[in-house]
Design a protein around this ligand. Structure first.
Ligand SMILES: Cc1cc2nc3c(=O)[nH]c(=O)nc-3n(C[C@H](O)[C@H](O)[C@H](O)COP(=O)(O)OP(=O)(O)OC[C@H]3O[C@@H](n4cnc5c(N)ncnc54)[C@H](O)[C@@H]3O)c2cc1C
Length: 423
């Protein structure tokens, strides 16, 4: 006999754990089925005796109220990232500031992106004459969207950027301690109702509800929340009615690719950098060659000095195949090109390759490819009978961020509560 649950949640990332928190408050009998041996998904801290690194998500801002609330509930504070108004992003080749330029061009492009769907790269390659500027924009998009812009739907990109409901940068704040504390806090709420190491393979609608089959077990429930990235969800087998309703929307997404490397230094040598004959503080470096790499000052105010490099899209896929020493040397060489040999004198470093992670989507998040349904998120976030999808990608607000995942999980749980008995 299989135990019958009110709700099965597939995935114990932030979306799934946040959905579980709502269901727990309403006394619902639920179970979470997680593919990996740990909860948290793309939130992952590596902790050592003397320091920790955030290997996945790290930054928040003050408009991300669900996340700031959870960080405090988990016993931590919100700390400022050590960047100032005066900080700039520079282009590695021309050594000119690029962030203002990128903002201006983005506003112009957004209007055109909305009008007609195109491959994102076509949009600016047709309109911008300067090849170097094209490279900067391509590099910027490859890192930020972690997919080569030639594969992406421009309309979907602008649609999700409009759902980022903040005028502030997403880098301004961080938790005072490891985000794994937040995951532990949420896991504690669901306690023994999470099973690990059980990738879900099949979801079938039956006369009595749903049958969810993992690699080891079959679970029965009245309702299901599929709280995993849409690309991971597209690899599950569904009963014919679910397949015909959702599969096209799920197949509209493509996985990202990202590698994150963080170095710790004794001194923040990037605090005094000559940009266009003025000493500026660097907030990030956009490299134009190779494409798709950005570096940010990830230090927290009054804490040790850190630089974090994000390597996105094609270059991330290429570097993922090299061994660790080769990859770190390649990344370090880029820092040395910009900052000189002092970049070599780091005291500690940590990397994480997310590329081709089968369950977390490979990058910051999955994105809608050109030719897919640009409004796939709208379809996926509406319940069909008693099944609903949830993930940072499809959130109404702050998609692709932790905040979006939490909001999406809460929203999905409330929809399902309504569907099962109006609680
Ligand atoms: C390097 C990196 C840096 C980032 N930086 C930031 C940042 O600074 N700020 C920010 O806000 N966001 C950041 N993000 C994005 C943020 O991590 C995500 O938006 C958020 O964590 C996604 O949560 P989720 O629950 O939607 O999905 P996930 O975290 O992907 O969780 C999905 C869960 O479902 C499980 N799963 C998948 N398939 C199955 C299956 N078939 N059966 C069972 N379980 C399954 C997975 O194992 C995983 O545990 C970053 C991401 C990365 C990778």
């Amino acid at each position: 006999m299989h135990e019958h649950y009110d709700v099965i949640i597939i995935g114990a990332g932030l979306a799934g754990l946040s959905a579980a928190k709502v269901l727990n408050e309403k006394g619902v009998n639920f179970k979470i089925i997680e593919a990996a041996s740990r909860a948290g998904g793309k939130v992952l801290s590596s902790e050592r005796m003397d320091r920790y690194f955030e290997l996945g998500a790290q930054f928040v801002n003050e408009d991300m109220t669900e996340m700031t609330g959870l960080i405090k509930a988990a016993g931590m504070e919100i700390k400022r990232t050590d960047i100032t108004e005066n900080s700039v992003e520079i282009d590695e080749i021309t050594k000119k500031a690029v962030d203002r330029f990128l903002n201006d061009i983005q506003k112009e492009l957004n209007a055109e992106m909305k009008a007609k769907d195109e491959r994102l790269s076509n949009l600016y390659e047709k309109r911008i004459k300067d090849n170097h500027l094209i490279k900067i924009i391509r590099s910027y998009h490859s890192e930020l969207l972690n997919i080569n812009p030639k594969y992406l739907s421009s309309k979907a990109v602008v649609d999700s950027s409009e759902r980022y409901l903040s005028k502030k940068s997403d880098l301004t704040h961080q938790a005072s301690g490891p985000l794994s504390n937040l995951i532990l806090y949420l896991e504690g709420i669901s306690q023994d109702r999470i099973v690990y190491n059980e990738p879900v393979k099949e979801v079938f609608e039956t006369d009595k509800g749903y049958s969810v089959r993992s690699v080891k077990n079959e679970y029965k429930a009245n309702a299901v929340i599929v709280a995993i990235p849409p690309t991971a969800a597209s690899r599950i087998v569904y009963s014919p009615n679910l397949k015909s309703h959702f599969q096209e929307a799920l197949n509209s997404y493509t996985d990202g690719a990202i590698i994150k490397i963080t170095w710790v230094y004794e001194k923040a040598f990037w605090h005094r950098y000559l940009v266009e004959e003025k000493v500026k503080r660097l907030k990030g470096v956009i490299y134009t060659n190779p494409e798709g790499i950005a570096v940010v000052d990830s230090s927290k105010a009054e804490e040790e000095s850190r630089l974090t490099m994000f390597i996105g899209a094609d270059i991330a896929k290429m570097l993922a195949k090299r061994d660790k020493a080769q990859r770190l040397e390649f990344a370090l060489r880029l820092l040395i090109d910009v900052f000189g040999e002092k970049a070599r004198n780091y005291v500690d470093a940590e990397e994480r390759i997310w590329v081709e992670d089968p369950y977390c989507g490979g990058g910051y998040s999955a994105k809608i490819h050109y030719g897919g349904l640009y409004n796939a998120a709208d379809l996926l976030r509406e319940a069909y009978h008693k099944l609903i999808f949830s993930s940072s990608e499809i959130a109404h607000s702050f998609p692709h961020f932790m905040e979006g995942a939490v909001r999406s999980g809460k929203y999905a749980a409330n929809c399902i509560l309504e569907a099962i008995d109006g609680r």
